[in-house]
Design a protein around this ligand. Structure first.
Ligand SMILES: NC(=O)c1ccc[n+]([C@@H]2O[C@H](COP(=O)([O-])OP(=O)(O)OC[C@H]3O[C@@H](n4cnc5c(N)ncnc54)[C@H](OP(=O)(O)O)[C@@H]3O)[C@@H](O)[C@H]2O)c1
Length: 335
């Protein structure tokens, strides 16, 4: 096989990403050298960080895309040809060369996933980087203790829905979420066991939050930043903690709040820690053991919003950035 269909960056977005910022093209596949395998991708992950990587300014933790070049990101697929003992033909593997139908993957950058433990789709969501981000942000970073009040912003999305459920399953006394849309909020209450959910598109988040957390918040898991973060700071308990996971509102058009709200960090003696999930790789085995147990027992709900086919990947990403997804956003590429 010499080439594959891939999604290319057609142009850098002008602030708001639109699907036409991407285009489909054929890219060459490298020769299969020792230590590599040809994978037919089945699902690929849609992630907010993909939008950030379309900008020209380099990030601290990843590389940016070139105009005309292919995108990449997490994907899972089946090995169809192999020159690696670690990646046998027929194995289901997770790797970083999504946004294309086939990929030649290096065995040092690919993980064989046990589909007897959980279906392939879960290895990109609850058991993948999404769930692991929630786990890292709640436990080593957020230092969650049983009995605490937890607020999760962006709770209807992939990381947020996991963070709220992991907190509940780990003994949080009250789990509060924010999400955009009545259906998403109802799903969080009915299926994911959140105690209180604020639909920030319909209600004024800053007015609702004191009703949701009358005694204050111990741990705030922030996926959103901006106005929700500012309101959360004003409702933290003394010595509360903030686990800063993401700032997706930076990609929106609403003006950002003033940094004057940071005074709350002083007044309330708040500890704020940002994190990048890849720094916690040593915790992956304990994470997979715990989360696969919760999945198997049915205590954890793992929902995905799936776009069909590589041609719809750009629309799927635009949907993710505008809140169209419930739970993990994925693209189905092949069976
Ligand atoms: N630190 C790390 O290592 C790490 C790793 C992975 C992901 N992240 C971050 O974690 C966050 C969540 O990622 P995810 O993959 O789970 O994405 P996601 O939450 O599934 O999707 C993004 C969601 O953000 C919400 N959103 C979009 N624009 C918004 C705005 N202007 N204000 C408020 N909410 C907005 C939308 O939901 P609603 O409409 O329901 O609000 C949308 O569905 C992102 O910020 C991402 O960058 C961090």
């Amino acid at each position: 096989m010499k080439s594959t269909t891939a999604v290319l960056l057609a142009r850098r977005p002008e602030h708001t990403f639109v699907a036409d910022d991407l285009t489909l093209g054929e890219i060459e596949l490298p020769e299969l050298t020792p230590g590599h395998a040809l994978v037919r991708n089945q699902y690929m992950s849609l992630d907010p960080s993909t939008r950030g990587r379309m900008d020209p300014g380099e990030k601290q933790y990843t590389t940016n895309f070139s105009v005309g070049g292919p995108l990449d990101g997490s994907a899972i697929g089946v090995v169809v040809e192999s020159a690696s003992d670690k990646l046998p033909v027929g194995a289901t593997v997770r790797h970083r060369l999504g946004w294309r139908e086939y990929a030649v993957v290096d065995d040092v950058a690919a993980t064989v996933c046990d589909t007897n433990l959980a279906p392939a789709i879960n290895w990109l969501s609850s058991l993948g980087q999404t769930g692991f981000t929630a786990y890292a942000g709640l436990f080593p970073v957020g230092k969650l203790q049983a009995g605490e009040v937890v607020l999760v912003s962006g709770a209807g999305g992939a990381v947020g829905s996991m963070a709220g459920q992991f907190a509940r399953l780990s003994g949080a006394s009250r789990v509060i979420g924010s999400a955009g849309g009545a259906d998403k909020c109802q799903w969080l209450l009915d299926d994911c066991g959140f105690d209180y959910v604020i639909n920030y598109r319909d209600a004024e988040f800053a007015d609702e939050l004191p009703k949701a957390a009358p005694e204050g918040i111990d741990l705030f898991f922030d996926n959103v930043g901006g106005w929700q973060m500012a309101a959360a700071f004003q409702n933290m308990k003394i010595h509360g903690r903030v686990s800063m996971c993401g700032a997706i509102s930076n990609f929106g058009t609403t003006p950002q709040p003033s940094t004057a709200v940071m005074i709350e960090m002083i007044l309330r003696r708040i500890t704020v820690q940002g994190f990048i999930v890849r720094d916690y790789e040593d915790l992956r085995p304990e994470f997979e053991a715990k989360v696969s147990g919760w999945l198997a027992s049915g205590e954890l709900v793992d929902r995905a919003t799936v776009s069909e086919g590589i041609a719809n990947a750009g629309a799927g990403l635009a949907g993710l950035l505008s809140g169209a997804n419930v739970g993990k956003a994925l693209v189905h590429l092949s069976d």
